[in-house]
Ligand binder design. Structure first.
Ligand code: AMP
Ligand code: MG
Length: 332
């Protein structure tokens, strides 16, 4: 790899926009995480959402409004919950966060910036997960913010910000098309330092592999994971990590194989595009592989939900075919 060919030296405005946006968003996430009140409330699907989710989506929505007004943004949150009178406390906290950056911001404007993320997937669109791993955020575990650009069903750019992974690392990737083969990169969250390339591990022996899985057992199938680990005679315990941070770790060789098995409680769960697209690019460009559990390529043209794929298998590449065979053997 040509180390001179640094991503930050590439004049591509979309790469710069993505990295700078995720850096700013990760900084805001970290700042809110350090505060004492996260204004946590339940969404209609009974999952938690915080001041951080809304504030980051509002901030990024506003950046799109200003820099890329015609681009489509497909993001996880909506302002509806925040508008209801029972959530006045969380709303006031979101306004405080946004006004610390933009003192003149009005409530209706902030709602509109959040709802900038209501776009529908089209030929060209962006995905945003303002706070992935909200449960990790609330538990002092890992969490992330992620952004990707998809064009004609291909992920062109993907950035995952990991505010509390080591010394504020921000894995970033530069992608297909003009930038194809530029690899995956890692940037510090603070400062202007240039990125360093990352690559996947070269582990080939199942006994030596380090598995990455969700912290939340209800997001996967822990019994089958145990069975696989026994079959493979794997020595080390799986690393249980929340959020897309796992894709950053796999891309940097800190883990060899990542499984998103379907939970027996929710066998029909389909992945959300904002949870998968950024990591797919990071892993591919770092030399790894990412498919669904049947070995099928990921279809990024299916809308907000990836209804044409089941679960995720991501590996360093060497272990991919082997893992697919094992999944078949255990009836996955
Ligand atoms: P992780 O921390 O890796 O489990 O990933 C967190 C993501 O899992 C969140 O973005 C959720 O939207 C998503 N999620 C929610 N329910 C499920 C489920 N039943 N199976 C898999 N992922 C889920
Ligand atoms: Mg998510």
């Amino acid at each position: 790899m040509n180390y001179q060919n640094n991503l930050m030296n590439i004049a591509d405005p979309m790469v710069r926009f993505s990295v700078e946006t995720v850096k700013a968003a990760a900084g805001l996430l970290k700042m809110i995480h350090q505060s004492t009140d996260w204004g946590t409330l339940q969404k209609s699907d009974r999952t938690p959402v915080t001041v951080a989710d809304f504030s980051v989506q509002g901030m990024v929505g506003r950046l799109f409004e200003e820099v890329l007004p015609d681009d489509i943004l497909v993001a996880e949150e909506k302002s509806d919950t925040l508008r209801s009178s029972e959530h006045a406390h969380t709303r006031a906290m979101v306004m405080q966060q946004i006004r610390s950056l933009l003192p003149q911001a009005a409530e209706e404007q902030v709602f509109a910036w959040i709802d900038r993320g209501k776009g529908e997937p089209a030929r060209r669109f962006w995905t945003l997960d303002p706070l992935d791993g909200t449960k990790g955020f609330l538990r002092d575990g890992q969490f992330a913010v992620s952004l990707s650009l998809i064009e004609d069903g291909q992920v062109k750019l993907g950035v995952i910000g990991c505010p509390v992974l080591d010394a504020d690392l921000l894995p970033g990737a530069s992608p297909t098309g003009e930038l194809k083969g530029k690899g995956s990169w890692r940037f510090p969250l603070n400062g202007q330092e240039e990125g360093t390339p990352v690559s996947v591990s070269d582990t080939r022996e199942p006994e030596r592999l380090q598995l990455l899985q969700s912290y939340a057992s209800e997001h996967t199938d822990v019994l089958t994971i145990d069975r696989l680990m026994g079959m493979w005679n794997t020595k080390s315990e799986p690393l249980r990590i929340d959020s897309q941070v796992k894709y950053g770790m796999l891309s940097a060789g800190r883990g060899d194989l990542l499984l998103r098995l379907l939970s027996p409680q929710q066998p029909d769960y389909r992945e959300k595009i904002w949870d998968i697209a950024p990591g797919w690019l990071l892993v591919q460009e770092a030399g790894g592989m990412m498919t669904d559990l049947d070995g099928k390529s990921l279809d990024f043209t299916a809308g907000r939900e990836m209804r044409n794929n089941r679960g995720i298998l991501a590996t360093n590449g060497y272990l991919h075919e082997f893992a697919l065979q094992s999944l078949k053997r255990v009836g996955i």
